[in-house]
Design a protein around this ligand. Structure first.
Ligand SMILES: Nc1ncnc2c1ncn2[C@@H]1O[C@H](COP(=O)(O)OP(=O)(O)OP(=O)(O)O)[C@@H](O)[C@H]1O
Ligand SMILES: [Mg+2]
Length: 222
């Protein structure tokens, strides 16, 4: 498998405080890779650094062979990386339909674009709530909408920051099933996660983060 994302020597700062120290990781095409680790270990910051949302420097940060360390968020998104942050980022005053339509972006190369039907089979709830305003939906429903609208941008790599966080157990299972379906369709995913039960049987590999460093934990370790 070829490497879709390759990161070496990644450092990041909030103001003058350095929080990532030489993070190295790799995600191959079609893999689901997890960043595990305790609160404050740098999982979210690693995803933000890949997206260009924090001050960072890297010896190497390549997406599909292109250097992205010098690019801004919108340029990185345009290269084909979709990012779902911890805090659900949907337009509260817009309906599901409107949220999805503003996020639409054509796929790169000759890949098939996500259709509404495809998104509805992934998240059936969104079809029932199609004309509902996001601000009038539950946290879990908004989380599904956040992922769905990111998929409307037709990314080749999906970054998911703690997709199961704060969700009721039944919704956690729906979320896990949706990510499993994405994996079966061949989408490449890098996610952060604290819940080992969520990652079990879903991820191919993981990195354990500890105080701003990432250690490869291998295939089975969760
Ligand atoms: N906006 C910010 N400003 C300053 N420091 C921050 C900011 N966000 C995070 N940090 C610090 O950076 C370090 C890494 O935080 P990060 O959010 O990446 O951890 P995390 O592994 O995602 O934790 P969690 O499991 O709680 O989500 C922590 O020491 C945290 O306090
Ligand atoms: Mg986090």
């Amino acid at each position: 498998m070829t490497s879709l994302l390759e990161v070496q020597g990644l450092k990041a700062w909030y103001g003058r405080a350095q929080v990532l120290f030489d993070v190295a990781l790799e995600v191959k095409t079609g893999e689901v890779v997890a960043l595990l680790g305790p609160n404050g270990s740098g999982k979210s910051t690693t995803l933000k650094a890949i997206m260009g949302l924090v001050t960072r420097s890297a010896e190497r940060m390549q997406f599909d062979g292109q250097e992205i360390a010098g690019l801004a968020e919108y340029q990185i998104a345009r290269q084909g990386i979709g990012y779902v942050p911890e805090d659900r980022r949907v337009f509260q005053g817009l309906t599901v339909r409107e949220n999805l339509s503003v996020a639409q972006r054509p796929p790169q190369n000759d890949r098939v674009a996500w259709s509404l039907d495809g998104l509805f089979s992934l998240f059936p709830k969104l079809e029932q709530l199609y004309e509902r305003r996001a601000g009038e939906m539950s946290g879990g429903e908004q989380q599904m909408l956040t992922i769905a609208r990111t998929l409307m941008g037709n990314p080749r790599l999906l970054l998911l920051d703690e997709p199961s966080e704060g969700l009721a157990p039944v919704v956690v299972q729906q979320m896990r099933q949706a990510i499993l379906s994405l994996k079966q369709e061949g989408l490449t995913v890098l996610l952060s996660e604290q819940n080992p039960a969520f990652a079990e049987g879903l991820i191919d590999r993981s990195y354990r983060m500890d105080r701003g460093r990432a250690l490869a934990a291998g295939k089975s370790a969760v």
